[in-house]
Design a protein around this ligand. Structure first.
Ligand code: FAD
Length: 522
């Protein structure tokens, strides 16, 4: 390994799933003087799921030098404007967690505060919360457009999107880009690991006897965690007391029309089911608690709830919710499933790969490994993962479903203090504050989920100073503008088709309206 003041000049990536190739594509783009090798085993294969992302993925593609057109064409991608949650708050209810900003602030009062105040004064005069977000309404109408930055007063400026993509195709695209930039791919099954005197990793040995060394290793070996867990013995912190789901059955099915620009997550009796629309198929999966449902029963539920004909048999996937207590140890950085996994809800795992790669560049041991850098990396990774954990747990904790052992448990379970405090603040005043830069989810995300799930929340008491005319006038105007604009946006499938034919990505071809509110605020 690179000792203090020994520069890292060679990196070996162990594993070629989404994590391995995402790491290789960015490192090869930015570290041209570093020799990069990636070892993977076709015999072992990849996990093959992980097809929904969040908007930050666009920064990743920019960093990796991958164009929007590449993603659409080579991974059969569609656009994702948010996630629709069905039956989570209570059976029969649905809401959207949309990306992007919601409406407009009234001075410092955020739109959800005005909505909460209006609902408390006259529930009959407010629409459901997703009517005040263009992303949500457009998604529900199967419409899509790029943001229009020319008029910041227009709700078109707030549009935001991520992608759904085919997991194996995206790994292939990333591999092509990486190999074009000089990454050497080594096919073979790792059967042994050799350590140096200081306990760091010196090389890995393949089944045919070849060895691959490196100054630095990125462990992308998935849940096997060959280096960080196996060779270095770094512990895994188990979070299954809050996250009961530990298994999934996954199956693709035929596409149906319309092509929806959002992921759907439907609550089931012992977990939930995902629906991810791609250009050529729909990805489906049923995530469940194996302590409360058998694999066969879970597969039956999945197959009974598909939109199109299944294209394969359901495939089981096991996982253990939790995190690696130190993701960087000696000369090994764990990226991807080897670093931890919560569960697929809110599509955060690929994002965590992306932030790990960014962080590696930001703390790159160009002059050797410094413990201060290692500690900083591990601190940021912990804060980030705990924040994501709390957000995911909130979806379970804040439910009004009852009479099912799974939902009864999660509704009543004690949650981490950090989440309990956040929920208390929401309940008393609808207020939210980010505490650390490494936290992922913004206020918009939290409020959409908590309002959508039906958390009993009071508005900020300051809203009492806003009179009825201003309050309802503001919300009516917002809903009208957003409703008009959403209806004029182009059809999602048509946008993809035109981009694939070579059209340039451009902002929505509708007149950018101004939201022209007159607010009498004391
Ligand atoms: P893997 O894909 O398992 O890759 C491991 C690699 O290591 C493979 O190439 C394998 O061959 C190699 N390897 C292992 N052992 C050896 C060995 N001995 N020798 C040589 N090579 C070896 N994330 C999202 O962001 N959005 C989602 O919608 C989403 N859905 C998910 C649904 C489920 C049910 C699960 C379990 C996960 C989901 N994820 C999702 C997470 C996502 O799938 C992973 O984060 C992503 O695929 C990265 O996986 P990986 O590359 O770390 O592991």
């Amino acid at each position: 390994m690179a000792a203090p003041n020994n520069p890292v000049r060679s990196i070996t990536i162990v594993g070629g799933g989404t994590a391995g190739w995402m790491t290789a594509a960015v490192l090869s783009q930015w570290l041209s003087k570093v020799k990069i090798r990636l070892v993977e085993s076709e015999e072992i294969g990849t996990i093959g799921v992980g097809e929904a992302t969040i908007p930050h993925i666009r920064n990743y593609f920019a960093l990796a030098g991958i164009e929007l057109r590449d993603v659409l064409e080579h991974s059969m991608a569609t656009f994702k404007m948010g996630i629709q949650f069905v039956d989570w708050g209570a059976p029969g209810e649905a809401y959207i967690h949309g990306f992007g900003k919601i409406g407009r602030d009234m001075l410092w009062l955020h739109p959800h505060q005005l909505w909460l105040a209006a609902r408390a004064r006259d529930p009959g005069r407010v629409k459901s919360f997703d009517h005040y977000s263009l992303n949500c309404l457009a998604a529900l109408e199967n419409r899509f457009a790029f943001a229009d930055a020319r008029n910041p007063q227009s709700p078109l400026a707030d549009l935001d999107y991520a992608y759904h993509f085919d997991a194996s195709l995206i790994a292939r695209l990333l591999r092509t880009k990486s190999e074009e930039r000089g990454v050497e791919r080594v096919e073979g099954k790792i059967v042994d690991v050799t350590k140096a005197d200081d306990g760091s990793i010196a090389s890995v040995t393949l089944a045919d006897g070849r060895t691959v060394d490196g100054d630095f290793f990125v462990d992308c070996s998935g849940m096997r965690a060959l280096l960080i867990g196996g060779a270095l013995g770094v512990d895994y912190e188990d979070w299954s007391q809050w996250l009961l789901c530990d298994r999934a059955q996954a199956v693709p099915c035929e596409s149906v029309s319309p092509l929806t620009p959002y992921t759907r997550a439907t609550a089931r009796t012992a977990g939930w089911q995902w629906r991810i629309p791609l250009q050529h198929r729909i990805g489906n999966g049923h995530v469940y608690a194996s302590s409360l449902m058998s694999d066969d029963a879970a597969a039956d539920v999945l197959l009974a709830n598909l939109d199109g004909k299944p294209l394969a048999d359901p495939r089981p996937v096991r996982f253990q919710p939790g995190r690696r207590v130190r993701v960087w140890e000696k000369n090994v950085l764990a990226v991807g499933l080897s670093a931890g996994f919560l569960e697929p809800l809110e599509s955060t795992s690929i994002h965590l790969i992306q932030t790990a790669v960014h962080r590696l560049l930001a703390l790159f041991p160009a002059e050797g490994i410094s413990q201060a850098d290692v500690d900083e990396f591990n601190l940021q990774a912990r804060i980030e993962m705990e924040d994501v954990r709390d957000f995911v747990i909130a979806h379970y904790k804040v439910t009004r479903r009852s009479g099912e052992p799974f939902w009864d448990y999660v509704r009543e379970m004690p949650v981490p203090d950090t989440l309990a405090e956040r929920l208390d603040l929401f309940r008393s005043s609808g207020r939210f504050f980010k505490h650390q830069a490494a936290e992922l989810f913004a206020e918009e995300s939290w409020v959409q989920v908590l309002i959508g799930q039906g958390l009993d929340m009071r508005a900020d008491p300051v809203t009492q100073f806003v009179d009825d005319d201003a309050l309802f006038g503001f919300l009516d105007d917002l809903a009208d503008v957003i409703g008009d604009v959403a209806r004029d946006l182009p059809d999602h499938a048509a946008v993809i088709e035109s981009l694939l034919k070579g059209a340039a990505p451009q902002a929505a071809p509708v007149a950018p309206p101004r939201m022209n509110f007159t607010i009498n605020y004391p």
